[in-house]
Design a protein around this ligand. Structure first.
Ligand code: AMP
Ligand code: TRP
Length: 341
């Protein structure tokens, strides 16, 4: 059976971009047709300036929202990355296969490093090595497919390169994974700045729809979305990024085609109104289920505990094989006690 692995960082409240770009396919498609593993990648949240209490809170909330969005622990595995040591164990080995040049070429590293420096902070070494930990997340599970939004394609490509290189040098150990992206809305843009991604760690609240935004807040944000000069509704990412983003969101929420939807609307106002309602409807069941789950934190904890146990059992053999293949001796087992002593 196909193995699928994906994750989300607890660095901010989950957004419509996370949902349409990644989570919705996990629940609607991946968990039903594959052996799927989903992770709150909490170690990745430590790569930028962080508040420990906030990371704890967002990890719990992220896990609750994954379940609220429809992940079913009977069908897939859901857990916290830091509960399974195999991720960091493997990450070190992959650091011995990756090069520093490769890390410095990662677009997200370059962008985030600039941002951290602009804020007057220093850049954590873990921000540079982050894609190696992500490769370890994927390779430890022998994932065939990694369903992510567009922004993660380069990182998955790196995971492929490292898998191939390790296999060539040390013998076949890892499955070479491939990225899968949604047909539409692989990159949902910020409603206030449709040339940049709707990112959950960004500061501009009005351009970001959060999964837990009340319906009226969602309506307000969508109705105030920045649109382009001109009047007609045209699907053109370069010339009309604002309208195109709304068409993508509407298409993703209604299972439609953004280019044909463009022909249906004569005004930006009508497009915004329908987009707002479509988003409210998509979020409604997630929010309802989230409320129920918040009333039962022990259930969520139980899912995470069982998930971590399952995940450990899946990852351990592959990571042990990698340790042997790269040249590390296995620990010597305790001698068996002779009978009668
Ligand atoms: P992150 O928020 O960076 O942890 O991302 C978790 C998942 O959501 C990854 O698969 C991302 O590619 C995806 N994602 C995040 N933001 C967006 C966005 N604005 N549009 C589409 N996918 C996104
Ligand atoms: N880097 C991903 C992001 O920012 C999160 C992530 C970490 C991930 N490990 C992963 C995604 C493994 C897919 C598979 O969105």
């Amino acid at each position: 059976m196909t193995r699928v692995f994906s994750g989300v960082k607890p660095t901010g409240h989950l957004t419509l971009g996370n949902y349409l770009g990644a989570m919705r396919r996990w629940t609607e498609v991946d968990q039903h047709r594959s052996d799927a593993v989903f992770c709150i990648v909490d170690l990745h949240a430590l790569t930028v300036d962080h508040d420990p209490a906030r990371v704890r809170r967002l990890s719990r909330q992220g896990a609750t929202l994954l379940l609220a969005s429809g992940l079913d622990p009977e069908l897939c595995t859901v857990f916290l990355q830091s509960h399974v040591d195999e991720h960091t164990r493997l990450s070190y080995l992959l650091e011995c296969v990756a090069t520093d040049g490769e890390m410095r070429r990662m677009i997200q590293y370059k962008e985030k490093a600039v941002r951290e420096r602009e804020r007057g902070g220093s850049v954590r070494l873990s921000l540079l090595t982050y894609p190696v930990l992500m490769a370890a997340d994927i390779l430890a599970y022998g994932a065939d497919e990694v369903p992510v939004g567009d922004d993660q394609a380069q990182h998955v490509e790196l995971a492929r390169d490292l898998a191939v290189r390790f296999n060539q040098r040390y013998g076949h150990t890892f499955v070479v994974p491939k990225v899968t992206s949604p047909r539409v809305a692989a990159r949902v843009m910020n409603l206030q700045d449709p040339t940049s991604k709707m990112g959950k760690s960004d500061d501009s609240g009005p351009g970001i729809v959060y999964l837990l935004d009340e319906p009226d807040v969602v309506r307000k944000k969508v109705m105030r979305a920045v649109t382009d000069s001109g009047q007609d509704v045209v699907y053109d990412r370069e010339q009309r990024p604002g309208v195109t983003n709304l068409l993508d969101v509407l298409a993703a929420c209604t299972d439609g085609n953004p280019e044909s939807l463009a022909g249906v609307y004569r005004s930006y106002g009508a497009l915004k109104k329908d987009t707002a309602e479509a988003v409210v409807e998509v979020l409604r069941p997630v929010q309802e289920r989230h409320r129920e789950l918040c009333a039962d934190p022990a259930y969520v904890e139980g899912v995470l505990r069982d998930g971590a146990e399952k995940a450990r059992a899946m990852a351990r053999p592959t990571v042990d094989t990698a340790y042997r293949a790269i040249g590390l001796l296995p620990p010597v087992p305790e001698p068996a006690l002779s009978p009668g002593r």
